[in-house]
Design a protein around this ligand. Structure first.
Ligand code: MG
Ligand code: MG
Length: 644
């Protein structure tokens, strides 16, 4: 599949955009007119640069407000178009995007538009230019893709075809069945964008909130499948207007974009390999006759969180807290003495100490996805996921342009490979097995007793990498994004979205802090974010009261819960007074729904990490959402005390 990206998706100068697109691996770009207008480089120089970079200039865009006008105006419009054709010749671009008229159209007559398209086609023919006519969702008279197609068909000109743009089509909820009527060779261009489900005017939605496929709410796989079935064989291009992409790092956004296309391509290639109706694949129709689809190694959802790794420069405080929660110290890594293992049943925490001599070896992934200097503090460094095929997972990650974590390994250590997530944390693919993982023997331990496991890991995300993170966990780990929620905190709303596996064995709430501007140094090079919104590891236990009592006797610094909370709890759930008293005595929070009950308590924060102990009763699947604001307010108060 030939990939392309509109230069408007990226930040920087036109030259930087071209270099970033080429470096990420795109086959081509759409030149956005404004990017050329503001560039100091001549069209010839741009064409030359593209040649050097080995990237094709696929499309010149946009040309606006041509059709549906009176004859005098139309002649002026043709002159304007001709100037662009000459410019395109200098750039070496042979396809121009024509948007349906938004502002100057006065004639709502398809016959007139058909005639005018045909005359534009005749003019374009002299310059060897193809016109891709696109219905803008807010076009004056033409706003639907099937209307644009009817006009193109009516014009019946070899130089006039249509451009399908998923945003304009899906934002209007148009019936997609007529895509099948379009012949693939009359689709001159294809643009893809995803978007979050928002209720707002479609123009603002389009200009500010488009995201790459897989980062929004739409089924782009279905959309591309429909277009591919027409026989379309041109570039599949990203046209995404997004405020944070335009402010973000150019190379990083380009990689994010290409990842979205590779993932989408593979999702269709997989359908190709296994027909959904179970019929013999040799007799099935090629779903994408014109697109050369490349599959990716398939991965299943992870089976669980094998371990969490924390880095700390305050080993005493961190290990004391872990011990207070009932974790048992198992040993030091046999070849890395600054690394320890702590267990509570199947909940495994690796603690690596940062000292001035040792460093952690931990490196935040920087803007370009490469690595930067070691960081100090106490922070969540990485997560090991149980996957069915760790080699396939790593291979897939590499093809999706994830950056591998450099890792020292003794010759007899289990081979563990992983990649950096967009927030700089490390994601390791652990070959899952029903028995205790082999790496545990590297700490001199080979058996588990308790029933605890890691219930979820709550990660803070920088707001400008948030969409990228959703795509990362979807495309690399086959996790699903649950609908996002806003949680009130004393410093603003925290946007929270859970990435999970279908059976819930892996759950990771991602949170966008309202205070990305706070400067701090702790953790993974995204310190400012985790400082404002610390991350936590939630661990299950069989008996929360027993766990809390043990923790209390060992001197745990609980996160305090206000009296008002318990009074409110009583009014909401009408709890037994003894039970309520026991909850309060043990700093335990409580939630309940039709399926079951949820009892949990939080520890104080060390660096940018705290813990949550959980007892789930019945089939309660949530995270105690009503309790999150209580926690955030308590943490806010504690922070205030610390800084006084
Ligand atoms: Mg478009
Ligand atoms: Mg939690």
């Amino acid at each position: 599949m030939r990939t392309s990206i509109a230069t408007v998706c990226l930040s920087g100068t036109l030259e930087e955009k071209l270099r970033a697109a080429a470096r990420a691996g795109f086959d081509g770009v759409e030149i956005f007119e404004q990017d050329l207008v503001v560039s100091p480089d001549s069209p010839e120089a741009i064409a030359e640069l593209a040649r050097e970079l080995g990237i094709n200039l696929d499309l010149y865009q946009p040309f606006r407000d041509l059709e549906g006008v009176d004859e005098a105006q139309f002649k002026k419009n043709l002159a304007r178009a001709e100037a662009k054709f000459r410019l395109m010749a200098r750039l070496g671009i042979d396809t121009m995007l024509l948007c349906s008229n938004v502002s100057t159209a006065t004639i709502a007559d398809d016959g007139v538009v058909v005639q005018q398209l045909r005359r534009l086609g005749d003019l374009a023919d002299g310059y060897g230019v193809d016109i891709a006519y696109e219905a803008l969702a807010w076009g004056r008279f033409v706003s639907e893709y099937d209307h644009a197609w009817d006009l193109v068909k009516g014009a019946d000109h070899p130089r006039i075809g249509t451009c399908l743009d998923s945003f304009h089509i899906l934002s209007r909820n148009t019936d997609l069945s007529r895509i099948a009527e379009i012949s693939g060779d009359k689709i001159f261009f294809l643009q893809l964008a995803d978007a979050p489900a928002l209720t707002m005017d479609v123009l603002s939605w389009s200009r500010h909130h488009r995201v790459f496929p897989g980062e929004g709410a739409w089924d782009l796989s279905d959309f591309l499948t429909r277009v591919a079935a027409t026989g379309y064989s041109g570039p599949v291009s990203l046209e995404v207007f997004n405020d944070s992409f335009r402010q973000g790092d150019t190379n990083r956004t380009a990689v994010d974009g290409l990842r979205s296309l590779r993932w989408l391509e593979a999702s269709i290639a997989d359908q190709d390999a296994s027909p959904a109706d179970g019929s013999d694949s040799s007799s099935s129709v090629d779903p994408a006759p014109g697109l050369d689809l490349r599959p990716l190694p398939e991965v299943d959802e992870p089976h669980g969180i094998n371990y969490v790794e924390l880095s700390t420069d305050d080993l005493g405080a961190l290990t004391r807290q872990i011990h207070q929660l009932g974790f048992q110290f198992i040993g030091f890594h046999r070849s890395k003495p600054h690394v320890q293992l702590w267990l509570r049943g199947r909940a495994r925490i690796i603690v690596s100490e940062v000292t001035d001599e040792v460093g952690t070896g931990a490196t935040g992934a920087d803007e370009a996805g490469t690595t930067s200097a070691p960081v100090n503090g106490t922070f969540l460094r990485g997560i090991g996921f149980d996957v069915a095929d760790s080699r396939a997972a790593m291979e897939r990650a590499a093809l999706l342009h994830a950056v591998e974590v450099p890792r020292e390994q003794a010759h007899n250590d289990e081979v563990l490979r992983g990649v950096f997530a967009p927030d700089g944390s490390e994601v390791f693919f652990h070959q899952s097995s029903p028995t205790t993982p082999a790496w545990i023997q590297e700490f001199g331990h080979d058996h588990d007793e308790q029933v605890s496991h890691i219930d979820h890991v709550n990660l803070a995300q920088p707001s400008n990498h948030y969409d990228e993170a959703v795509l990362f966990y979807t495309s690399l780990l086959a996790l699903h994004a649950e609908p996002s929620q806003d949680v009130p905190s004393p410093s603003g709303l925290v946007r929270s979205q859970v990435m999970s596996s279908t059976d819930g064995s892996v759950r990771m709430p991602l949170n966008v802090s309202p205070q990305p501007h706070v400067e701090a140094v702790a953790g993974r090079g995204i310190g400012s974010v985790v400082e404002a919104y610390p991350e936590h590891v939630a661990v299950t236990c069989e008996d929360i009261f027993h766990t809390a009592a043990t923790a209390l006797s060992r001197g745990l610094d609980f996160l305090p819960v206000p009296q008002n909370y318990y009074e409110d709890l009583d009014s909401r759930f009408d709890l037994d007074p003894d039970f309520l008293h026991r909850l309060q005595e043990n700093h335990i929070l409580y939630d309940r729904d039709e399926r079951g009950e949820f009892l949990h308590f939080y520890t104080a924060t060390i660096g940018s990490v705290f813990f949550e102990m959980i007892e789930r009763r019945g089939d309660y699947l949530g995270f105690g959402a009503p309790d999150a604001p209580v926690r955030l307010a308590a943490q806010h108060r504690k922070n205030g005390q610390l800084s006084e």
